[in-house]
Design a protein around this ligand. Structure first.
Ligand code: NOJ
Length: 745
């Protein structure tokens, strides 16, 4: 049966049911697609267009989200970005939609829950350094519960833009430089938000953003153009999205950037050919804030109407805040520039998500006492665990850490020691400074009265005021060891927070240099939203702990690392350049034409800390890695294993990183690509075996510039730590290619 006749029958069926008082779309037992088409069949054009309209409601504290917020909402509106923290008010708005709109379609309430809404946990860049996706799923589930109980059904997260320029403030919101890492953590986050079913009481819909390539913003400046070849798009920037779509992410957000001249929010290739036709995504795409109207500034639309036309035709279904769809879609339809079928398809996509969320059956947020809603002790424990596992011990010399029991007095110095606000990090939802455990509190609790604590702020985050130096030096002189807590304010990363240098302001570097002159052991604690240039600071420190922006529960985990109660297990998911001028620098670069030449003449070409770097209080010895065979065909699997022994005296967690290299290929490949990682606890003296099952289709193929995955016979290397093993992929007649049906550009 043709789909139009099928729809007609369904509509007639719907009309009969309405006449009988129970339309199909209200029947929770009717199949999803029947409910969707029944409802669409009953909607007027105006009602349809409203479903594609998203407005923002409430007190807007985000200076980058410029524009009006509405206070009076039409009950037919499709979605609201709900900025207030008031489920009762939200329910009242929803009640109007359910009771006063003709068809009783619930509003979809969205919000930026990025790393927690009240129980704020570490920023995504830190999360990736935990290499513990299961724990990230747990924290995302905590966020989902609190989000849902705030009255929000949909979060604009995860951000899975592969980010390789630490000048870009939004690197904090990313899972770092590597496509596989972004894919794994993106999927882990989607699972945590969406739970087993979207209709579960504490599930929220996720939104993969910013589709696609926003992380390549030129020079690390925000909102700028991106120039991305189709090869790079398929190889580096799309894989996390493909994984997120496969994991069932309900929605995507189109980016602000243009991609080689075609803005993401008007990009038919991305939004329709790849996402809908290639990957069969049946949810919807929301534009980013004003990104439809911004097509004018980007020079591809002459006015709002044309911007709306381009965006809608490209495949943006929901229009975030600029109201262009509400103002122009009807006119565009009357002028035959767009079709009713395309409007119906767009509306169906939005409704599908609402049905899946169970909003028609359960439109209201349960109102529970605040103590049950937010910051429950068990949720803070999960946040603290993630903070603990995401902290990275970057340097440890002269046995500076853990702090020896002989240390009887400790100087805690720096603008971050008693700070609460900045530990929250960017995009901290409705998180409040008062709920944050400071470093001072954590350390006081950890060391109790065994160690005398001396505190001095020393200096501010920036500026030139050195008047606090004397007090800081006095404290250091009196102490057996000095812990200096410096870093970035939370507003220095996130949206519209690019920096021309990733070094800390001179005042902080100067404070450290002066404290070093006391001759006391220096332990540097860094809290920041991006990799930092540490070339002047690193030589001054005996130990460095990177704690990122840990959220509400970072004080105790850090204190545990300082005391040795916790053995640090974080490893970098992002390269730390030696100097800003080395950017771009990341582990997966392609080989140079002259591998031993072409280096910088003034500084090292090597980064300070490589991807995967991170120390432990124990030592791990990697035994000889072995392959199950030396040759394989494309339909066979290959197992590679390595025994790892804890040769130290304390238990520790080790992450094994498995990389693949393809030394000869029709296109030059990255020197190595992470394909698998695993984190395991190893007791002292124990040996565990790490295993990687190599699947040629998944691990040895590479995309061409149309997204078609190719397998090329020949030698490959698998790398673990400093070992490199070679094996051969042999030609067999039925060597399949894994093809994504997207036409070439
Ligand atoms: C703009 C940001 O780019 C996006 O990430 C965010 O979700 C929206 N504003 C809504 O706040």
């Amino acid at each position: 049966m043709k789909s139009s006749s099928f729809t007609l029958i369904l509509s007639i069926f719907g009309i009969i049911q309405i006449a009988q008082g129970s339309p199909v779309y209200k029947d929770k037992n009717a199949p999803l697609e029947q409910r969707v088409s029944d409802l669409v069949g009953q909607m007027s054009l105006a009602e349809k267009i409203q479903q594609l309209n998203q407005l923002s409601f409430g007190i807007n504290l985000n200076p980058n989200n410029k524009g009006e917020t509405v206070n009076d909402v039409a009950p037919e509106v499709g979605s609201l970005i709900y900025l207030n923290e008031d489920p009762v008010e939200r329910n009242a708005i929803q009640r109007r939609a359910m009771e006063k709109s003709r068809l009783g379609i619930p509003i979809l309430f969205g919000f930026d829950t990025i790393h927690g809404i009240k129980t704020v946990y570490p920023i995504p860049l830190a999360q990736a350094c935990s290499w513990n996706p299961a724990l990230v799923t747990q924290t995302a589930a905590v966020a989902a519960r609190e989000t849902k109980l705030t009255g929000i059904d949909w979060t604009f997260s995860p951000m899975i833009d592969v980010s390789r320029d630490p000048r870009w403030g939004r690197i904090a919101e990313s899972y770092g430089e590597d496509p596989h890492t972004a894919a794994v953590f993106g999927v882990a986050t989607v699972k945590g938000y969406q739970g087993a079913k979207l209709s579960d009481p504490f599930s929220v819909a996720s939104c993969l953003k910013h589709f696609a390539g926003y992380g390549v913003s030129e020079g690390g400046r925000d909102y700028r153009a991106t120039d991305i070849s189709t090869q790079a798009l398929w190889e580096t920037y799309l894989p996390p999205y493909e994984a997120g779509v496969k994991a069932g992410a309900a929605t995507l957000m189109s980016g602000f950037n243009d991609i080689s001249g075609v803005p993401a929010s008007a990009n038919h290739y991305l939004l329709t050919e790849i996402l809908k036709q290639g990957w069969n995504h049946d949810g919807f795409v929301v534009s980013d804030w004003n990104s439809v109207e911004q097509l004018i500034a980007q020079g591809v639309a002459k006015d709002r109407k044309e911007a709306g036309l381009k965006s809608f035709k490209a495949g943006v279904e929901m229009n975030m805040v600029d109201r262009i769809y509400a103002d122009h879609l009807q006119e565009l339809l009357l002028e035959d520039k767009i079709t009713m079928d395309s409007i119906n398809d767009a509306v169906s996509r939005v409704l599908r998500v609402k049905f899946r969320l169970g909003l028609f059956e359960q439109p209201y947020t349960p109102i529970v006492p605040e103590a049950d809603r937010y910051l429950r002790p068990e949720d803070k424990i999960v946040a603290a665990k993630l903070a603990e596992e995401s902290m990275v011990l970057l340097k440890n010399e002269r046995a500076a850490l853990p702090i020896s029991p002989k240390v009887k007095s400790l100087a805690l110095i720096g603008p971050l020691v008693k700070d609460q606000e900045n530990l929250l990090g960017c995009w901290s939802g409705n998180g409040k400074a008062k709920d944050v455990e400071s470093i001072f509190e954590g350390v006081t609790r950890e060391f109790g009265d065994k160690v005398k604590l001396l505190y001095a702020r020393g200096c501010d985050f920036d500026g030139t005021d050195e008047s606090g130096f004397t007090e800081a030096i006095d404290a250091a002189v009196k102490a057996d060891a000095v812990v200096i807590c410096i870093g970035e304010k939370k507003a220095w990363s996130g949206e519209n927070s690019s920096r021309s240098t990733i070094a800390l302001p001179a005042i902080q570097e100067k404070l450290v240099a002066r404290l070093k002159q006391t001759g006391k052991p220096i332990i540097l604690v860094l809290s920041n939203g991006r990799p930092l240039e540490l070339q002047r600071l690193e030589p001054q420190a005996d130990a460095i702990v990177e704690i990122w922006h840990p959220g509400v529960a970072g004080g105790t985990p850090l204190a545990g690392i300082l005391s040795g109660r916790v053995n640090p297990s974080g490893r970098l998911a992002i390269t730390f350049p030696l100097a800003t001028g080395q950017i771009p620098i990341y582990y997966g670069m392609r080989s140079s034409a002259r591998p031993n030449d072409g280096n910088y003449k003034d500084i090292s070409t090597e980064p300070l800390y490589t991807f995967g770097h991170g120390l432990s209080y124990t030592s791990f010895n990697y035994g000889k890695a072995t392959l199950s065979k030396g040759k394989l065909a494309s339909d066979q699997m290959l197992t590679v294993q390595v025994p790892v022994t804890n040769t130290g005296s304390v238990a520790g967690q080790e992450t094994a990183f498995w990389f693949i290299s393809d030394p000869v290929c029709s296109v030059s490949r990255p020197m190595k690509e992470l394909k698998h990682f695993e984190k395991k606890t190893i007791k002292p003296g124990e040996t565990v075996v790490f295993t990687f099952e190599i699947d040629p289709q998944r691990d040895l193929s590479h995309p061409d510039s149309t997204g078609k995955k190719l397998l090329e016979a020949g030698d490959f290397h698998v790398r673990i730590k400093d070992q490199r093993l070679t094996f051969e992929l042999v030609d067999n007649d039925d060597r399949p290619t894994v093809s994504t049906p997207v036409p070439p550009r």
